[in-house]
Design a protein around this ligand. Structure first.
Ligand code: PEP
Ligand code: MN
Length: 361
C-alpha cells in the first residue's frame, strides 16, 4: 500500500515538474526490453515518466500491433524497480479499464483516436469517476476543433488534469518531417487553453533521430512544458518506429545539449530592455497597418476604373508581376519566400474583397 502511494505522489510530482520529460519505447516488446529501458532511463536521472505503447494503432495491418495487456505487468514491474511513474496510450474502454487495473499513472490518447469523437467519448465514459491525468495528442489532421473537442469530452467527465501533446500533422507527400509540426496550430491551442500542460513529441514529428534535438529545442524556445521522446535499448531493432528512437544514454546527451529557457526572469534591466523593444514592435505594427489601410484605398480607386471600363478584378499577369517583384525584394531583406508568398496571398485576397465591394456598390 505504502509503495503504491509513494509512486502515486511521484506521479503527482512529475505532473507538476517543468520541464516534464517522458521517455520510453514506442512499444513494449518483451519484459526484458521494458525493464532494461526503464532502468537505463532512470540511471540518467533526467527522466520523470516512463512511456510505452501496449496497444499500437498501426496505419497498415500486418505490422506489430502491440503485446497487449500482458505488457502492463512488465510496466508495473519497471515502476517497482525504478520508481518511474507510467503512461500508456488508450483507445477503447477496455484498454482504460486494463490500464487502471495495472495502476498506470497517466493515460494518453493517440493521434489516430483524437480524430474520432466516438472513440474519444468511449474513452471519456470509461474515465468517469477516476482521477487519472490524461494527455491528449493532436489529431493526425490539422483540425484544432477536433483537438478541442477531445479536450472537452475528457474534461466533461470530470478529469481534472489534462495535458496536450503536439506530435505534428500528416500531410500528403514527403516533407522533411514525418508529421509536419505546423507550430502555429499548437501555439493557437496553447493560447486557447493556457491552463493545460503542453508537451512536444519530437519523435513523431521528426520520424528520424538526426533532427530530434532541433525540434526539441524549438519547443523549449516556444515555452512548452515538457517533451515526450521515444527511447529503446537497441533502436535499430525496435519493432515499431525504429528510425526515430534513441538509446537512453543518447537521449540524456541530447537533453544536456538543450538550452533550457524560462518564460520570465526577475531582472529589472532585462524587463526594461524587453519593454523598449516591444514598444518598437508595437510602433512598427501600427505603421504596417496604416500602410495596409492606404494600400487598400488605392486598390479601391483602381476598382472604380476597372468597373467603369468593364475589366475583371483579377488580372493574373499583374498578380504574377507583384509576386515576382516581392519575392526578389524579400530575399534581400532576409524574409523567406514562404512567408512573403503567404503575406501577399493574404493582402491580395483582402484587396479583392475591397474591390468586390466597389463592384457591387
Ligand atoms: C506513439 O506515441 O507511439 C504513437 C502511436 O503516437 P501517435 O498517436 O502520435 O502516432
Ligand atoms: Mn511511436
Amino acid at each position: 500500500m505504502q509503495a503504491t502511494e509513494t509512486v502515486k505522489s511521484a506521479a503527482q510530482e512529475a505532473w507538476k515538474k517543468r520541464p516534464l520529460i517522458i521517455s520510453g519505447p514506442c512499444s513494449a516488446e518483451t519484459e526484458e526490453q521494458v525493464i532494461e529501458t526503464a532502468q537505463r532511463l532512470a540511471a540518467t536521472g533526467k527522466i520523470d515518466m516512463l512511456r510505452a505503447g501496449i496497444w499500437k494503432p498501426r496505419t497498415r495491418p500486418g505490422t506489430f500491433e502491440g503485446v497487449g495487456t500482458k505488457g502492463l505487468a512488465w510496466l508495473q514491474q519497471a515502476k517497482k524497480l525504478t520508481g518511474l511513474p507510467l503512461t500508456v496510450e488508450v483507445a477503447t474502454a477496455k484498454q482504460v479499464e486494463d490500464a487502471l487495473h495495472f495502476d498506470i499513472d497517466v493515460l494518453w490518447i493517440g493521434a489516430r483516436t483524437t480524430v474520432n469523437p466516438f472513440s474519444v467519448q468511449e474513452v471519456a465514459d470509461a474515465l468517469r469517476g477516476s482521477n487519472v491525468p490524461v494527455l491528449i495528442k493532436n489529431p493526425i489532421n490539422p483540425d484544432l476543433e477536433l483537438w478541442m473537442g477531445a479536450v472537452e469530452r475528457i474534461a466533461k467527465v470530470g478529469v481534472k488534469e489534462i495535458g496536450l501533446i503536439h506530435r505534428g500533422f500528416s500531410s500528403y507527400g514527403n516533407t522533411e518531417y514525418r508529421n509536419a509540426p505546423m507550430w502555429h496550430l499548437a501555439i493557437e491551442m496553447k493560447r486557447r487553453n493556457p491552463e493545460l500542460l503542453m508537451i512536444n513529441d519530437p519523435s513523431h514529428i521528426c520520424g528520424r533521430r538526426d533532427i530530434l534535438l532541433e525540434v526539441a529545442q524549438k519547443a523549449i524556445d516556444l515555452d512548452y512544458d515538457g517533451l515526450i521522446i521515444e527511447s529503446h535499448i537497441d533502436p535499430d531493432k525496435a519493432w515499431s518506429d525504429a528510425k526515430q528512437q534513441v538509446t537512453p544514454e543518447k537521449l540524456a546527451e541530447m537533453l544536456d545539449q538543450i538550452v533550457w529557457r524560462r518564460e520570465d526572469v526577475a531582472s529589472e534591466e532585462f524587463h526594461q530592455a524587453l519593454e523598449r523593444l516591444r514598444q518598437q514592435i508595437n510602433h512598427l505594427d501600427d505603421e504596417l497597418m496604416q500602410i495596409l489601410g492606404q494600400r487598400m484605398k488605392v486598390a479601391e480607386k483602381i476598382a472604380v476604373y476597372k468597373k467603369e471600363n468593364n475589366i475583371t478584378i483579377l488580372q493574373t499577369n499583374r498578380w504574377n508581376e507583384i509576386l515576382d517583384r516581392a519575392t526578389q525584394r524579400a530575399e534581400k531583406l532576409g524574409l523567406s519566400k514562404e512567408f512573403i508568398t503567404k503575406y501577399f496571398d493574404a493582402v491580395h485576397m483582402e484587396s479583392i474583397s475591397h474591390q468586390t465591394k466597389i463592384f457591387n456598390s
